[in-house]
Design a protein around this ligand. Structure first.
Ligand SMILES: C[S@@+](CC[C@H](N)C(=O)[O-])C[C@H]1O[C@@H](n2cnc3c(N)ncnc32)[C@H](O)[C@@H]1O
Length: 268
């Protein structure tokens, strides 16, 4: 992982990851299914926010969920235990230095991780090595260039751009969603397909106003406010007005759109 992991590992970031996973469950995971009897590697499971959705959806599959952060893994284990989920084992592991034999897994699942890696193709090739022939990789990523909203706000756009810039300085890419297809092809996966998943929110969807606009997207921008100011990527007042501009889209006349990208590639 890049040294400048932009979101950090704070308690508020853990809460944000859980809110994100819960409110996007149907949109992202209605088709995250793996055959009974298969072994699935979840790479970069973090605090287990996706694990506790995807593992119970696939009770006949066995999951091996890894992350480079021991602290996050402990939280993931505790979360899975608290939900009585028994088809997952957690291990510390680095995607770039996997300790599994070639072709060990039937399927691989990676959510919101590639955007933080300086060399996503190296990560995908490393993952491909441990994937069986005939197996699939499922990738889910966002793309902050896909965010548009009403009322429009120049400052809100600048605050989003500040996150894109910070993530880029740390070696990541907050605009990676649009690149999933070429990245999979470049890494040697075949029969690749990408499905864009748009979140559209207006005030008739109060759960998404809370869960997505406030607790996922705006919380993410708030989480980098200090870092953006201290690294002179944005001014303090501009960040403040930008965050207020994002909250403004939660009003009765507000609208917010964002697109996630879900890609599937085959190891043939
Ligand atoms: C934004 S979090 C996403 C966590 C989880 N997949 C989710 O969607 O809630 C990114 C995770 O990738 C992990 N990560 C980053 N680089 C990694 C690497 N080289 N190997 C394993 N995990 C890595 C981080 O520690 C972090 O927990």
């Amino acid at each position: 992982m890049s040294a400048g992991y932009v979101h950090g590992y704070s308690k508020s970031e853990s809460t944000r990851l859980e809110d994100q996973a819960n409110c996007l469950n149907g949109l992202l995971h209605h088709d995250t299914t793996f055959p009974d009897g298969s072994t699935v590697l979840e790479a970069g499971c973090g605090i287990g926010a996706q694990t506790v959705i995807v593992a119970p959806k696939n009770p006949g599959a066995r999951f091996v969920s890894i992350d480079i952060s021991e602290d996050s893994l402990r939280k993931a284990e505790a979360l899975a235990r608290s939900r009585c989920i028994r088809n997952v084992e957690f291990h510390v592991g680095d995607i770039l230095d996997l300790k599994f034999p070639d072709g060990h897994f039937d399927h691989i699942f990676v959510c919101f991780v590639l955007e933080h890696l300086p060399d996503p193709v190296a990560a995908l090739r490393s993952l491909k090595r441990v994937l069986k022939r005939g197996g699939t990789i499922t990738l889910i990523e966002g793309d902050h260039g896909s965010a548009y909203f009403y009322p429009e706000s120049r400052h809100a756009q600048e605050a989003i751009n500040a996150l894109v810039e910070l993530q880029s300085r740390g070696g990541g890419n907050a605009l990676i969603g649009r690149q999933l297809y070429p990245l999979m092809v470049q890494s040697g996966f075949k029969n690749c397909s990408v499905s864009p998943r748009m979140v559209y929110v207006d005030s008739s969807k109060p759960n998404l106003v809370e869960g997505f606009i406030k607790n996922t997207f705006t919380a993410m921008i708030e989480g980098i406010r200090e870092k953006a100011v201290s690294s002179s990527v944005a001014g303090k007042d501009a960040m403040e007005s930008g965050i207020q501009g994002l909250y403004r889209t939660c009003g009765p006349d507000g609208v917010f759109c964002y697109t996630f990208f879900k890609g599937i590639g085959h190891n043939i």
